[in-house]
Design a protein around this ligand. Structure first.
Ligand code: F6P
Length: 326
């Protein structure tokens, strides 16, 4: 493998709070180790188009506290093609880039894994997605900030729900995973949590609501992950509302508010640690791996495992959520 002298860094897929902190950490660690850093704008699409810009230590000043990603992001269809990846490779070679740090989720790592099967230039990944659905890491950058945003919103909804004796269905993100729903549900004392990992939850939901009614609960908050197999919050509300005429039903979809905002301390520190670790991994001749966090320690996990294996929700948390919502 060629000695690493100049690295590229990009963000790809859905943005997540803390991505800027990760770019900053990658840039400054690389400069500390006498590497040059090229920011690749708009993810893999920018790699294909040669949308590059050199980053100095000062280029990443004043971004650690900002949500979004100052390098911009995209979901590139062209990078899924052999021709697209060839163009991207040619641009990397022409720019003298011989190592790349990619910050993103599943789709980002899938692209990186395929690229590394075809070309020598090593790619190392940092998990950045609010969904926390990447195997091999306990946390992805952005998850904690997203949870805090959700909890803040649901607490406010609880106030008005109690005031009116209402049954609220609140939809949170998580197209294929219930991590956001489960944690935020526990943190807000939700009466029920509906996630794609569990099937046939509507029957159980009716039971929970009936029991709550008997105990004179003045409000009910049901957190629904957008990817739930029984539908989103609107569909599930529709299925149960006729059985609970005592409550007036309302639905709130939190939407993209969950993706923005200033990253929490946890996300900033995790992004800083993983950004440092990603550069270190490139210097150690690692390739096709993600840097992740397991039990508080930084670990390396192959892209193959990170994208192929399924990360399950913590089943004990599900049980705790049920017990505590009686
Ligand atoms: O970032 C992940 C995610 O938030 C998913 O939970 C959600 O389904 C998706 O992105 C929506 O993203 P977009 O609106 O950018 O397509």
């Amino acid at each position: 493998m060629a000695k690493i002298k100049r690295i590229g860094v990009l963000t790809s897929g859905g943005d997540a709070p803390g991505m800027n902190a990760a770019i900053r950490a990658v840039t400054r660690t690389a400069i500390y180790f006498h590497l040059e850093v090229i920011g690749i704008r708009h993810g893999y699409q920018g790699m294909i188009q040669g949308n590059f810009k050199e980053l100095k230590a000062h280029s990443v000043s004043d971004i650690i506290q900002r949500g979004g990603t100052f390098l911009k992001t995209a979901r590139s269809e062209e990078f899924k093609t052999v021709e697209g990846r060839k163009k991207a490779y040619d641009n990397l070679v022409n720019a003298g880039i011989n190592g790349v740090v990619v910050i993103g989720g599943d789709g980002t790592f899938t692209g990186a894994r395929i690229f590394n099967e075809e070309y020598e230039i090593p790619f190392v990944g940092i998990p950045g997605t609010i969904d926390n659905d990447i195997y091999g890491t306990d946390y992805t950058i952005g998850f904690d900030t997203c949870l805090n945003t959700v909890v803040d919103a649901v607490d406010k909804i609880r106030d008005t729900a109690s005031a009116h004796n209402r049954l609220f269905f609140i939809e949170v993100m998580g197209a294929e995973a219930g991590f956001i729903a489960l944690r935020s549900g526990i943190a807000t004392g939700a009466e029920a949590i509906m996630i794609p990992e569990l099937i046939n939850q509507t029957q159980n939901l009716k039971k929970v609501l009936e029991e709550g009614f008997k105990r004179k609960k003045s409000s009910n908050i049901i957190i629904v992950a957008e990817g739930d197999e029984e539908g989103g919050a609107f569909e599930i509300a529709e299925k149960v509302k006729d059985d609970f005429k005592e409550y007036s039903v309302r639905v709130t979809v939190l939407g993209h508010i969950q993706r923005g905002g200033s990253p929490t301390v946890f996300d900033r520190v995790t992004a800083s640690r993983l950004g440092y670790a990603a550069v270190e991994a490139l210097l150690d001749d690692q390739k096709s791996v993600m840097v992740g966090l397991q039990n508080g320690e930084v670990v390396l996990v192959s892209f193959r495992k990170a994208v192929k294996l399924n990360k399950d929700v913590n089943r004990q948390l599900l049980e705790i959520a049920d017990i505590l919502s009686i």
